[in-house]
Design a protein around this ligand. Structure first.
Ligand code: RTP
Ligand code: MG
Length: 149
């Protein structure tokens, strides 16, 4: 299995509801490594680029409005098979269908406010990481519990 990076983002509803810590904790405990993070506003231009694949969908306008409506917490996580495992931990797109134990299953109700975004493939991970982060904002470091406790 290859070590990968993925782009995850706590959406405005998750930030407003105070779920940043809870979400970060799940990925830390799973065994993934946080290599980049920032609290930020998504501009309309960035939102339209990020969600470009949904441009023709009826919910595109609403989606852009929502993601630009308040701060998001943008993150890059690294680990073996992190792209697919993070998607599994998030649960299905519609929280109503997402299994209990997943982030959307535990915290969401509506498809329009589903708490978290995650890259759905290696190609989108690379594209989204480059959209949201400069190379110097991604860190390489080792974690060694024995040295720090
Ligand atoms: P995301 O991109 O946010 O991680 O979500 P996803 O891959 O699970 O779902 P995707 O198909 O990429 O849809 C992007 C976001 O659009 C909103 N959506 N609304 N009203 C609707 O029917 C509808 N369908 C999708 C959701 O917020 C979804 O996360
Ligand atoms: Mg998607």
């Amino acid at each position: 299995m290859a070590v990968e990076k993925t782009f995850l983002m706590v959406k405005p509803d998750g930030v407003q509801r105070g779920l940043i810590g809870e979400i970060v904790q799940r990925f830390e405990r799973k065994g993934f490594q946080l290599v980049g993070a920032k609290l930020m506003h998504v501009s309309r231009e960035l939102a339209e680029q990020h969600y470009g694949e949904h441009k023709e969908k009826p919910f595109f306008g609403e989606l852009v409005e929502f993601i630009t409506s308040g701060p998001v917490f943008a993150m890059v996580w690294q680990g073996e098979n992190v792209i697919q495992i993070a998607r599994d931990m998030m649960g299905k797109t519609n929280p109503a269908d997402a299994a209990p134990g997943t982030i959307r299953g535990d915290y969401g109700v509506q498809v329009s406010m589903n708490v978290i975004h995650g890259s759905d493939s290696a190609e989108s991970a690379e594209r989204e990481i480059n959209l949201f982060f400069k190379p110097e904002e991604l860190l390489e470091y080792t974690r060694d519990i024995n040295k720090w406790v």
